[in-house]
Design a protein around this ligand. Sequence first.
Ligand code: PHE
Length: 365
Amino acid sequence: MDHAATREEALARIAAAQDLGTLEALRVEFLGKQGSISGLLKTLGAMSPEERQVAGPQIHSLRESVTEALATRKSGLETAALDAQLASEVIDLTLPAPETPRGTIHPVSQVMDELAEIFADMGFSVATGPEIEDDWHNFTALNIPESHPARAMHDTFYFPDKDAEGRAMLLRTHTSPVQIRAMLAQGAPIRIIAPGRVYRSDSDATHTPMFHQVEGLVIDRNITLGHLKWTLETFLKAFFEREDIVLRLRPSYFPFTEPSVEVDVGFALVNGKRVLGGSGDEPGHGWMELLGSGMVNRKVIAAGGLDPDEWQGFAFGVGVDRLAMLKYGMDDLRAFFDGDVRWLAHYGFSPLDVPTLSAGVGARA
Ligand code: PHE
């Protein structure tokens, strides 16, 4: 018996199969348990040895070529399917990547990072205190007793209830209560800055009910006004990245410092804009009030649990928003807190840049 016709027909049908499903059906038809070629193999058993010697190799060869044809067609169909998929799912690597929305660092955060870095170089660490304060830390311990007119000067937000110790609770009006907390927590000596939010009931183009200050406190032996002046000068030169920053110290008054000095910085008027640098006494120049400071009052050192005969120090407080406006040239404080993403995109800083003193305008996102 010759199986040439069967072979030819099987191979033709396999070659013509257009998908894997059809091909599988053919495999079952020829080689499955009930398949035609399987059927032929079964006939071998009933044959005489002579017949089997002739038919055996023919049937086995038929099965082999069908098996091989199935495998060849299968890989052909699989390759074609993959090619079709690749052709339809084309990736154009020359297309611009979709833009991921990226936030920016708020100028206030940027400036606080810069301050931390500058003062770290001078050996200061960063301290914090609560924004919800009691009136002892915010006023009394800072030598502002209950009837003191300075309490009225700060337009304080009070909470309706007192704390467990009977102290009135409020939103801190300045970062100075961190002075007390630092002395009580760390003892002396101390070198800290304390940046953070403060609150006063006040609102116009240069005042917002919430704003930012950074407090500085140094407590040690034999600290003088000279240390204060050097520290502020070094800080302001580094912060504004100018060597020609000139300070003017004016006698002032704060209950928690004695003596107290208001620090002004010289500026030049350039095309109607104030540019820091140089003495404010030159023609066309002026002095700008920048911060309050002084030698820590003995009563404050005592309230911090330290002996004022052994320890002295200086403190200063400066508006962070003000510093940011001066350095990066914004003129409306209220825009800082509007959360307008266009403003943030323009004035914010790239989050991918490590804050450095030279971050500057060039590093804007
Ligand atoms: N706390 C003062 C203010 O808010 C600033 C200041 C701090 C002054 C430290 C002197 C010493 O105006």
